[in-house]
Design a protein around this ligand. Structure first.
Ligand SMILES: [Zn+2]
Length: 369
């Protein structure tokens, strides 16, 4: 979004709609949504329903949580990360997710309602249209946060989260059409579909080429589905930029984690032997799944589970592969968290990214200064 990084110019005073201090509202709404994200991150990989049971409970003593346990950020801080009933440790992840989501929502609030910039879209937006963008981007960012933390903990990006991103991209344009914006028909929807195709194509292409060239599973299926959702919201150009950022992040942090892991492995050489029974996915399965993601059978199949089962050969809500602490293979570097983080960077700092790109393109002679 504009004006976040390297603030160039501020819009005129008449463009301001809300006073600057109202970012605090965005922050606390974001913290409350972050609290819900923690429910999503805990329950979806375990195959538990999001809305059943409706109340939250302590994972160790199952005690029903009340208002003093559920205030975002403050409860965790005042209870010092312990359950009020059984004193079991509550993961710092609860606090971190709420804080990250609150910060992102505050930034988006400030962009849309205080500066009233029109991110990713040229032209002047009405207040309603700007609000639609703000809500869509904030929800998309929250889905990315959920994807990062489920993938880090369990190597899973839930289908529901990936489907949600796709809905946000198309739903934003549906909302704009409903508000009477002709660009949404002629420009928004085609670009959103093109973005989804680009995201799917790039990641599935890497998976396919990697499988053929190296006889290895190069890309997780969750990553392919998430890239499709990222493309639907960020549109083709910014989606490609976000993938580039993901590769850079992956290269930097991947090297660091590989070093840490190989040191650990040197200490316990028996515990992690890799590659003995390694069998990569069959090319037929990769083709069939790829076609399924292109046709969004994994999205529609969340409602029609028999369709999902007949195409992918498993129930979308089955969790046989769930592991509380998955064994980390030495060469396995999950790409999902980098993919999601790259999309967050592209969403919040696209002016800065475009500036980098323009400088590079001018430098190598792709465009005139
Ligand atoms: Zn407890």
């Amino acid at each position: 979004m504009r004006y976040l990084v390297g603030a160039v110019s501020r819009p005129q005073g008449r463009d301001r709609v809300f006073p600057a201090w109202t970012w605090i509202v965005g922050f606390w709404v974001g913290a409350a949504v972050g609290s819900f994200l923690n429910v999503v991150i805990y329950r979806l990989p375990r195959g538990l329903s999001i809305n059943e049971p409706k109340h939250s409970f302590c994972p160790s003593c199952k005690h029903r949580l009340g208002l003093p346990d559920l205030i975002p950020l403050l409860s965790w801080a005042f209870l010092r990360g312990k359950c009020r009933h059984c004193k079991a440790k509550v993961s710092s992840r609860y606090f971190i997710v709420e804080l990250i989501n609150a910060s992102i929502w505050a930034v988006i609030w400030y962009q849309i309602f205080v500066l009233k910039s029109d991110p990713l879209l040229p032209g002047h937006l009405s207040f309603g249209e700007a609000a639609a963008y703000g809500i869509a981007y904030a929800l998309f960012a929250s889905a990315l946060v959920a994807a990062i933390f489920t993938d880090l903990a369990h190597y899973i990006i839930p289908d529901q989260v990936n489907a949600f991103m796709l809905f946000v991209g198309l739903g934003l344009n549906a909302a704009l059409i409903w508000m009477g914006s002709p660009e949404a028909w002629l420009w928004g929807i085609p670009n959103s579909v093109a973005g989804a195709l680009v995201g799917w194509g790039v990641l599935w292409g890497i998976a396919f080429l990697g499988r053929i060239a190296f006889r290895k599973d190069a890309m997780g299926h969750g990553d392919i589905k998430m890239a499709r959702g990222i493309g639907a919201v960020l549109l083709p150009v910014m989606a490609l930029m976000s993938f580039a950022v993901a590769v850079v992040l992956g290269a930097v942090f991947g090297v660091v984690t590989a070093i840490v892991r190989s040191r650990k492995a040197a200490k316990e050489p028996e515990s992690e032997i890799m590659g003995e029974h390694y069998e990569p996915e069959s090319i037929g399965s990769l083709l069939k799944c790829g076609l399924g993601y292109l046709l969004c059978i994994d999205v529609v199949g969340l409602l029609f589970t028999r369709l999902y089962e007949s195409w992918f050969g498993e129930n979308p809500y089955a969790v046989e592969e769930f592991e509380e602490e998955p064994v980390v293979e030495l060469t396995m570097i999950p790409f999902g968290p980098y993919l999601a983080a790259g999309a967050l960077v592209a969403l919040l700092a696209n002016d800065w990214l475009m500036g980098l790109w323009n400088a590079y393109a001018t430098n190598v002679g792709l465009q005139k200064p």
